[in-house]
Design a binder for this molecule. Structure first.
Ligand code: DAH
Length: 354
């Protein structure tokens, strides 16, 4: 009997070696320890044995049962441990590698808004060309939004932008407050704090009281740029604009330069790019003309330089006001500007940066 039990144990261990899953392990346990299994059979057969034989064999059979139970438990633990290790290995995240984070992260990770993605990229391009990045207030005064930019109170250009005005505490007050309608306000602030030569950009939100449609929003984004130095020419301006566009789109884009009127530049230009949504055929974004106004720019008007405390006999410069939302729309093929401020996660989560 005892030999039978030893043999049984050897056989069990051999079979245990081939077990590869929890289910197999549980089957093997049932096979050996079940009511109809070999150990139960041996114990049952003891009824005809002598008392001393029953005692010895019974004790060994019970020991065998405990050993089998323990080995099965060990096996299940080691299978589970292997599974866990494999899972951990397959989901290993190399935190120094973006691809690895993106491919393996099971967490919901946030991402940048497409405006921020493009803004960061443009900031890097300009930083590499020696520009500073400035910020300015959303709530501005008439002086910075209009006057200092050569747009006096009675100038028709004040009607160009429908402005959100704050209720003045005193109706007679000069220099009322408003939500800035362009980032050009930062030109004046930037000039006051610096001595030429200097160059800076200023990205930010701007506000206009206008009806919204696929290409108009009442809050949108611009990126102002200004460079002041000696003997700056239109050629310098065009060079910087071209560099910007080729870096941003990473491909040839069709551009055209037209004269444009802005009181704060002379001469002023409109730099348009061929609409990348419809490839110039005409769509709701380009209002069916095939071109999108993207980069109004020009040589800074002497009055503006003077308002910034710059000696116009020595220095001149250029400025531009990039429409950031349009650029983002062209870049990603977005056909409605209203999506940008929609806060709709189905839209925003498409632009994760890592
Ligand atoms: N501030 C203008 C606007 O919002 C855009 C602009 C035009 C900015 C020409 C400039 C410029 O700096 O030179 O419509």
């Amino acid at each position: 009997m005892i030999e039978k039990l030893d043999e049984l144990f050897k056989k069990f261990k051999k079979e245990l070696d081939t077990v590869a899953s929890n289910a197999d392990a549980l089957n093997l346990k049932a096979q050996y320890l079940g009511k109809k299994g070999p150990i139960s059979n041996i114990l049952r057969s003891l009824k005809d044995a002598t008392a001393s034989e029953r005692k010895v064999v019974g004790a060994s059979a019970n020991e065998l049962k405990v050993s089998i139970q323990d080995l099965i438990n060990d096996k299940i633990n080691s299978i589970e441990m292997d599974l866990m290790n494999k899972k951990l290995e397959s989901q290993r995240i190399d935190i120094s590698d973006r691809q690895s984070i993106r491919a393996n992260s099971m967490l919901y990770s946030g991402g940048f808004h497409p405006i921020n993605l493009v803004q960061n990229e443009i900031e890097d391009i300009f930083l590499s060309m020696g520009f500073e990045v400035l910020d300015g207030p959303h709530i501005e005064d008439e002086y910075h939004n209009f006057e200092a930019l050569n747009i006096p109170a009675d100038h028709p250009a004040r009607d160009m932008q429908d402005t959100f005005w704050f209720e003045p505490p005193d109706p007679e007050a000069s220099n009322r407050h408003l939500l800035r309608c362009h980032t050009s306000t930062i030109q004046v602030r930037g000039m006051k704090d610096r001595k030429p030569p200097f160059r800076f950009i200023a990205p930010g939100k701007v506000f206009r009281c206008e009806r919204t449609d696929a290409s108009h929003e009442s809050a949108f984004h611009q990126l102002e740029g200004m460079l002041v130095g000696e003997n700056i020419s239109v050629a310098n301006l065009i060079y910087f604009m071209k560099t910007l566009l080729s870096e941003i789109f990473k491909k040839e884009v069709q551009v055209r330069l037209r004269p444009g009127f802005f009181p704060f530049v002379e001469p002023g230009f409109e730099l348009d790019i061929q609409c990348l949504i419809c490839k110039g055929k005409g769509c709701s974004v380009c209002k069916k003309v095939g071109w999108v106004e993207l980069l109004p720019c020009g040589m800074v008007h002497p009055n503006v330089l003077k308002a910034g405390g710059i000696d116009t006999s020595k220095y001149n410069g250029f400025a531009f006001g990039l429409g950031l939302d349009r650029l983002v729309m062209m870049r990603y093929g977005i056909d409605d500007i209203r999506l940008i401020h929609s806060g709709d996660l189905r839209f925003i989560s498409q632009f994760k940066s890592y």
